[in-house]
Write a protein that binds this ligand. Structure first.
Ligand SMILES: Cc1cc2nc3c(=O)[nH]c(=O)nc-3n(C[C@H](O)[C@H](O)[C@H](O)COP(=O)(O)OP(=O)(O)OC[C@H]3O[C@@H](n4cnc5c(N)ncnc54)[C@H](O)[C@@H]3O)c2cc1C
Length: 575
């Protein structure tokens, strides 16, 4: 309908109803090169279906609604009974349903499972990031549970199910699928989980089985508290345990210490376990997702997972997988922001021409696209390493060693790039970008989170130092990986040489850890782009990120590069 005062012109069409997967060459090419040949077509088709769903106007609207109407805590029912439930907008459940039914919690037993799931998580989280939290934790709980085969036999089929069945009206064993969360962080310490004071006491008598405990204490951050089950750290009385920060494998136990427990919301007989949700956090972003404070009152039933005193070593299996999802989530956020910016600039005119034709805007968009493409390439390489590291043999050991350095490096670097990328992409939309309905403010609020949870920036950098000191095979695997691109670009070769010099100098290494880690991440990204990306992308990345031909803000690439080619590659084609 024409407006009565004016005609609306020069506004871009909505970026909806397109295949988010197919419109992303950096992603489709990565999936094609890493997928096993016999599964490549099936994986592509599956991701394309998810991409069409993610790009639909309907799903985008679910994302908006789930954030506009955040979850509400219901501590009691109308009669005063404690229920500790969280109420969500129906759009949240639609998002969860689609994610679970697309297999985003099922990676550990399918061929190319990590690759297809990581790519799927990347595609689907562009609809909405908040529900990625329980999706991620459900997927990630499996390797930790496998430390206790009887527990895994019970829970793994539920967690990797493709059926989403919310609600606490029955025990999980009577459901077709379950969702998992985790509780590590307490008021007095998060990174340093050795400070945990929650206590676990073994249940004895009355038919209590081996490995049953009751918990007393609290968790200061516990996201997705409506989930069916949680992996929780608590102290068992005794003479110590593995200690270690949340990046540490631990050192062995003797009689007690920090231990991992499984805490279900509903007990096998259908009654509620004691799981007191005190408050929901009022967060900067991630507003669709409920993050809570929880208390355990001495009757909270728990089952031990892994050895007593080896809690960190057990739960780190979960954290390794959620850290990959932090990298994936931030890569997806950057991709989404760049796609929005490139789309806007392709349809908006100023000063007599399309913005995307203006040389300076091309520089900004190309610079942003480089950051996004490098993040995507690294994410997908990590996913492949997760797949390859599952088996036995030399390749699996090599890939495990690579992950030991590449995961903290990527978790540190990629998650930290998200905020500056989103800020600059937002500005490409001008004033519209600052307005909520563009979706950019939601992305901006979300952008710092992946750097904080699952081990903040410094913790990642220190974890990488620890791996360098304790696992010499990890550095060998890392150098072998970047060595695959040796000789292909002189700037990559020079950056690798400088990195080796940095690595061999231990003076002040703790204070230098961030510098070292970011260089390792960039060199790894550069080596992947040199091997796989088109020449304009490789050339620009090596000149700016590995060389010195770059300014401080985005949009400062050397003008002689093929900026248009880089920018065009990042622009989603909408039919
Ligand atoms: C939205 C949200 C949801 C969350 N959900 C969960 C959840 O479901 N379950 C859960 O267990 N936790 C959850 N967390 C908690 C999160 O994992 C922690 O906040 C995070 O690990 C940091 O711990 P902390 O808050 O105790 O900070 P601290 O450990 O006090 O760290 C503060 C700062 O000090 C730095 N630092 C720490 N140690 C060192 C050192 N040795 N040298 C230099 N710097 C150091 C850190 O990098 C950080 O920047 C959530 C957090 C948020 C924001």
């Amino acid at each position: 309908m024409p407006a009565s005062t004016h005609t609306v012109t020069n506004q871009p069409p909505p970026l909806v109803d397109y295949d988010i997967f197919a419109a992303d060459p950096a992603l489709t090419e990565a999936v094609a090169r890493h997928a096993s040949p016999e599964h490549a077509e099936a994986v592509r088709a599956e991701l394309s279906e998810l991409g069409l769903g993610a790009g639909s106007a309907e799903a985008q609207e679910w994302g908006r609604q789930a954030n506009e109407v955040p979850p509400v805590l219901r501590t009691h029912d109308r009669y005063g009974n404690r229920i500790d439930e969280v109420e969500f907008h129906p759009a949240w459940h639609r998002l969860m349903d689609r994610a679970v039914s697309a297999g985003l919690t099922d990676a550990w037993s399918r061929p190319d499972g990590q690759l297809r799931r990581t790519a799927g998580f990347y595609v689907w989280s562009q609809v909405e990031a908040g529900h990625g939290c329980p999706v991620s934790m459900t997927h990630a709980a499996v390797p930790a549970l496998r430390r206790e085969p009887a527990v895994a036999a019970e829970w793994e089929p539920l967690l990797s199910s493709h059926t989403y069945q919310p609600g606490l009206d029955r025990p999980a064993s009577a459901k077709a699928g379950a969702i998992a969360g985790m509780g590590m962080t307490e008021k007095q310490g998060g990174s340093d989980v050795r400070a945990n004071t929650t206590v676990a006491v073994p249940l004895t008598g009355g038919g209590a089985g081996d490995g049953e405990y009751v918990l007393t204490g609290h968790k200061w951050f516990c996201s997705a508290p409506m989930s069916d089950v949680f992996l929780v750290l608590a102290q068992v009385a005794g003479d110590g345990g593995d200690g270690g920060a949340a990046g540490d494998g631990g050192a062995g136990a003797d009689g007690g210490g920090l231990t991992c427990f499984l805490v279900p919301r509903v007990l096998p007989d259908g009654t509620r376990n004691t799981f007191r949700i005190q408050r929901l956090k009022d967060k900067l972003g991630n507003r669709s997702n409920a993050s809570s404070e929880v208390e355990f009152d001495g009757t909270t039933w728990a089952r031990r997972v892994g050895e007593v005193g080896r809690g960190v070593a057990t739960i780190i299996e979960m954290v390794a997988a959620t850290r990959l999802d932090c990298v994936t989530g931030s890569s997806a956020l950057m991709r989404n922001a760049v796609a929005q910016a490139a789309h806007h600039a392709a349809h908006r005119s100023a000063f007599g021409g399309i913005l995307a034709d203006k040389p300076l805007m091309q520089n900004v968009l190309a610079d942003l696209a480089l950051e996004s493409e490098a993040a995507t390439a690294l994410t997908m390489r990590l996913a492949t390493a997760f797949d390859a590291s599952q088996g036995d043999g030399e390749l699996a050991a090599q890939e495990r060693a690579l992950l030991r350095l590449a995961v903290p490096a990527a978790k540190y670097w990629v998650t930290k790039r998200a905020t500056p990328v989103v800020v600059e992409a937002l500005e490409c939309l001008g004033g519209n970008g600052y307005v909520e309905e563009s979706g950019m403010p939601r992305m901006l609020r979300e952008s710092p989170l992946n750097a904080i949870w699952e081990g903040s920036g410094n913790v990642q950098a220190l974890d990488l130092l620890r791996a360098l000191q304790r696992s010499p095979e990890a550095l060998d695997a890392f150098l072998a990986e970047i060595g695959k691109a040796r000789g292909a670009d002189h700037r990559l070769d020079a950056a690798t040489k400088d990195l080796l010099a940095e690595l061999s100098d231990l003076d002040g290494i703790e204070a230098r850890a961030r510098r070292l880690v970011e260089r390792m991440a960039q060199v790894l990204q550069g080596s992947l782009l040199v091997r796989y990306a088109p020449a304009p992308v490789t050339d620009a990345f090596c000149a700016s990120r590995l060389g010195t031909d770059w300014g401080t803000n985005f949009g400062t690439l050397p003008h002689t590069l093929d900026l248009r080619a880089i920018m065009d590659r990042a622009r989603p084609e909408v039919p």
